[in-house]
Design a protein around this ligand. Structure first.
Ligand SMILES: Cc1cc2nc3c(=O)[nH]c(=O)nc-3n(C[C@H](O)[C@H](O)[C@H](O)COP(=O)(O)OP(=O)(O)OC[C@H]3O[C@@H](n4cnc5c(N)ncnc54)[C@H](O)[C@@H]3O)c2cc1C
Length: 420
């Protein structure tokens, strides 16, 4: 593919935030270029949870049937329990009936991204450049006017009216633009692995709490996606104790799957996720906006990262597609950046959902995870410790986590003629 010369919106990163924003802007007639440093979307253990809020958006884009035709599992329950008692017990099917989607669809993230990218490619104003690595912003008079990137062994400039950092939790563009997130702290790291699932195993999403350890298991049909929580910074120590010791701990925590932990016969089958929880104080600089993980890394609790990234993209398109579209009629557009006041509205819109979700994650970290990893008794606040209170709190937390605070809807027009 020839190099992109100029674009109206340059997006660094082809994850859920970048591809969804690219699709919505292209659909609204805005010239948009997404740069993705990898050659494909095939990266394992990146999370596969498509929440009801995202299903609703896919519905609004006319893509939900295609999405649901991808082989997947639907989750409707979350249970977290110690060996002796349940702590959290939520059932999404009891969410308010006005919500059309009341389940989490477990869809491989690469299938989800391939579907969005294929739809975006139908619009002539969309460009996706794979194996294109953002190096940093083009800066002029204190404003960002596009980005520099490396592709096919050469460096290039891509002038743009708006540049978006959607390149994830270790965003190169954010760092090069001297924007640093404030760390909020997480007590754990996570090991991701798979073990086989039997048809008679109980399904859904379940959390198991043992003596100083905890695991979450997600039903993926013929296998379990397993997240094993360890105290932050303890991974090297755990590896030094050897695979046998790790398998014994797994078998002790998950007795029903004890005969299957032998499947973990190589550390290559265990992926390490360094858990982060942070957010930028300001998501923008003149000409530049950060969204998704680049603006706020979420803890894995609730599997909300993909969905918040998608919601940020929808809010950005709703607020900025029109001004970007209008900028295209202006021949001097690359001498200016998009009005910073307009760009700032994205953070104003998304701040409450981000901060609110991180608050719930921190509450669960403090009341449950911190205590479990510290070998203490986990518990909910005393006021909700009776059965009715626990159920109510479980449902409320589940609603916040899987439907989101202030869910977004697609308000951008389909202005460009798509190739069918
Ligand atoms: C092990 C693991 C498990 C997870 N599980 C879940 C889960 O179950 N549910 C959930 O909702 N979330 C999960 N997450 C979090 C989720 O993956 C992220 O929150 C979400 O993908 C954020 O989307 P994003 O588009 O902001 O960033 P990302 O998905 O990180 O996408 C950023 C993209 O930018 C690209 N990129 C990076 N640097 C550059 C550069 N310099 N130039 C060009 N491209 C670049 C990357 O290759 C990547 O494709 C998990 C994360 C991990 C690591």
């Amino acid at each position: 593919m020839p190099e992109a010369q100029t674009t109206t919106c340059a997006i660094s990163g082809g994850g859920p935030a970048g591809i969804m924003l690219g699709l919505l802007l292209a659909r609204a007639g805005v010239q948009v270029t997404v740069l993705e440093k990898h050659g494909d979307f095939l990266r394992d253990f990146r999370g596969d949870t498509v929440h009801p809020s995202t299903l609703q958006l896919m519905d609004e884009l006319g893509l939900v049937e295609k999405l649901e035709s991808i082989p997947h599992q639907n989750l409707t329950t979350v249970r977290i329990s110690t060996r002796t008692r349940p702590l959290i017990d939520a059932d999404f099917s009891r969410f308010p009936a006005r919500l059309k989607y009341r389940h989490i669809a477990m869809i491989p993230q690469w299938d989800f991204l391939n579907l969005l990218a294929a739809d975006a490619r139908r619009y002539p104003t969309f460009r996706l450049l794979m194996r294109a690595e953002t190096l940093g912003p083009i800066e002029c008079d204190g404003a960002v006017r596009g980005l520099r990137y490396r592709h096919a062994g050469a460096d290039h400039d891509l002038p743009a009216v708006l540049t978006v950092a959607a390149d994830g939790r270790h965003s190169d563009l954010r760092r090069a633009a001297r924007m640093a997130p404030a760390e909020l702290g997480a007590p754990m790291d996570v090991l991701w692995l798979r073990i086989s699932r039997r048809p008679d195993d109980r399904g859904g999403l379940a959390g198991y709490i043992g003596q100083g350890e905890m695991a979450a298991m997600i039903d993926r049909g013929d296998y379990w996606q397993l997240a094993f929580l360890i105290p932050k910074g303890s991974y090297e120590q755990l590896r030094a104790q050897g695979l046998d010791s790790f398998r014994r701990r797994l078998a002790g925590l998950l007795p029903f799957a004890a005969d299957r932990v032998q499947e973990i016969d190589d550390w290559k089958k265990v992926a390490f996720l360094e858990v982060g929880l942070n957010r930028l104080k300001r998501w923008d600089r003149p000409g530049l906006l950060a969204i998704g993980d680049a603006a706020h890394t979420m803890s894995p609790i609730g599997g909300v990262g993909i969905n918040l990234a998608v919601q940020d993209a929808v809010a950005t398109a709703n607020l900025l597609a029109e001004p970007l579209y209008r900028a295209q009629g202006d021949p001097a557009r690359f001498d200016r950046t998009l009005n910073p006041e307009l760009v700032r509205r994205v953070q104003r819109r998304r701040n409450i959902p981000t901060v609110g979700t991180q608050l719930v994650q921190r509450l669960i970290q403090r009341r449950i995870i911190d205590r479990v990893l510290d070998n203490a008794e986990p518990g909910l606040p005393p006021i909700v410790n009776n059965l009715g209170g626990r159920r109510l709190l479980s449902q409320a937390m589940a609603l916040v986590m899987v439907y989101g605070i202030r869910p977004e809807h697609v308000h951008t027009p389909e202005r460009t003629q798509a190739h069918r």
